[in-house]
Design a protein around this ligand. Structure first.
Ligand code: URA
Length: 260
């Protein structure tokens, strides 16, 4: 196995981090400083030291995390809570998030130390399906649904969004969606707003453009007030996970995601 892969899979840092550590002379193989990240080591025989401490190989790990709102999808941040803050020190070693969710989006986020797995899911020409539950101020008629399914313009570019699937679940007013409305933020006396139409449903997309779901719905006149990712490919958020909890992916989940 390559030295940089071994170190990344041992929780020392991301593949990029460990290459820097190796080039900076922080890594020894059988007592000798090695500065080439690509050299082959035998993980069961060679003794690898990082900053003169023996490195134990953890292997590849894959987590499903139920992201709550209010944390950012980053490894660390000076001032804001990140998704990694929910992981124990032991479990967070060397892992990184697969894609991103906005700070106010909840739901399924995958984390791993396996760069190939991440690349496979993020590669734009793989068109991995991601399904989101949304709740939005506004309404969707047949024409809007057709537009969302066929492609809308988001942002300044002239590139339409790729074909998407949409399923409207419920139509009502703010009152009917209080749990997703942060209703205390609205003045309850403001009956005009309270009677605003609200629509909820599922939007499945196969791209990962910035704020894509919010911008797609905005393109048809809807303002997203709640967003949750419920699935990636055939892997669904485990609803027994409370917000902020995580678990290992099962072997079959890893397999399904690796075959995408
Ligand atoms: N689309 C969005 O608008 N936000 C997310 O967090 C994910 C997809």
């Amino acid at each position: 196995m390559r030295l940089d892969k071994f170190l990344a899979e041992s929780g020392i840092g991301t593949r990029k981090d460990v290459r820097t550590y190796i080039k900076d002379g922080m890594v020894k193989v059988n007592g000798k400083v090695i500065i080439k990240p690509a050299i082959d080591i035998e993980e069961n025989r060679d003794i690898i030291l990082y900053l003169d401490k023996v490195v134990k190989h953890i292997g590849k790990v894959y987590y499903m995390f139920h992201k709550p709102k209010g944390c950012i999808t980053a490894r660390r941040d000076e001032s804001q809570k990140t998704v990694l803050d929910y992981f124990s020190k032991e479990n967070m070693k060397g892992i990184f998030h697969v894609g991103r969710l906005d700070k106010d989006t909840e739901g399924l986020l995958l984390l791993t130390n396996d760069g190939e797995f991440e690349h496979g899911l993020m590669c734009p020409n793989k068109h991995v399906h991601k399904k989101y539950y949304f709740c939005a101020l506004g309404s969707l008629d047949e024409n809007d649904i057709k537009k969302l399914e066929e492609g809308v313009l988001i942002g300044k570019g002239k590139i339409l969004t790729k074909p998407a699937k949409i399923k409207v679940e419920k139509i009502g007013t703010c009152e009917d969606f209080q749990e997703h409305m942060g209703i205390e933020k609205f003045s309850k006396k403001d009956l005009g707003l309270y009677r605003q139409p609200v629509v909820s449903g599922y939007l499945t997309i196969s791209e990962g453009r910035k704020h894509q779901v919010k911008r797609m719905l905005k393109a048809v006149g809807c303002f997203v007030v709640y967003l949750k990712r419920v699935s990636i490919g055939n892997v669904f958020l485990d609803e027994t996970l409370e917000k902020g909890e995580y678990r290992f992916l099962t072997d079959s989940e890893v397999q399904m995601l690796s075959m995408m």
